[in-house]
Write a protein that binds this ligand. Structure first.
Ligand code: NI
Length: 135
């Protein structure tokens, strides 16, 4: 049997994609508008999937109240309305692409949820651009 529980979440954040040492022109060529030196924002939509066994006592795979709280503490509180480059330590030396943000979120959730669950992170940077990371 395979069953996955999902929880959606949302955060707004600013970022700039760039590579240190490249000129603004080269960064613009590679990263487009996302390389704007003055930053810009995205409305990120997150879907977290948790797979595992159902607890026969409760009928829950995971208590969604707990999952909600973990996502709030690990993602929404530290990322929402933040400048990812300047205010979130994970991106001090890591380009905050949607790929890297999804991996950072997955790693944080893995720490909190422990090994008994499989975790899937789907992150939308725009309504049409998204990534899925399963570890
Ligand atoms: Ni961007």
């Amino acid at each position: 049997m395979s069953l996955t529980v999902y929880r959606k979440a949302h955060f707004n954040a600013a970022h700039r994609l760039y590579k240190e040492g490249w000129s603004d022109e080269k960064n613009l060529e590679v990263f487009g508008k996302c390389s704007n030196p003055k930053y810009h924002g995205h409305n990120y939509e997150l879907e977290v999937g948790v797979s595992g066994e159902i607890d026969p006592e409760t009928g829950f795979l995971i208590d969604l109240k707990k999952l909600k709280e973990i996502i709030k503490e690990e993602v929404e509180d530290p990322f929402d309305h933040k400048n990812l480059n300047e205010e979130v330590p994970e991106f001090q030396n890591l380009n905050p692409t949607v790929e890297n943000i999804a991996i950072v979120i997955w790693n944080k959730l893995r720490e909190r949820l422990g090994p008994k669950y499989d975790i899937s992170v789907k992150l939308y940077e725009t309504p049409r651009n998204f990534v899925v990371y399963n570890g």
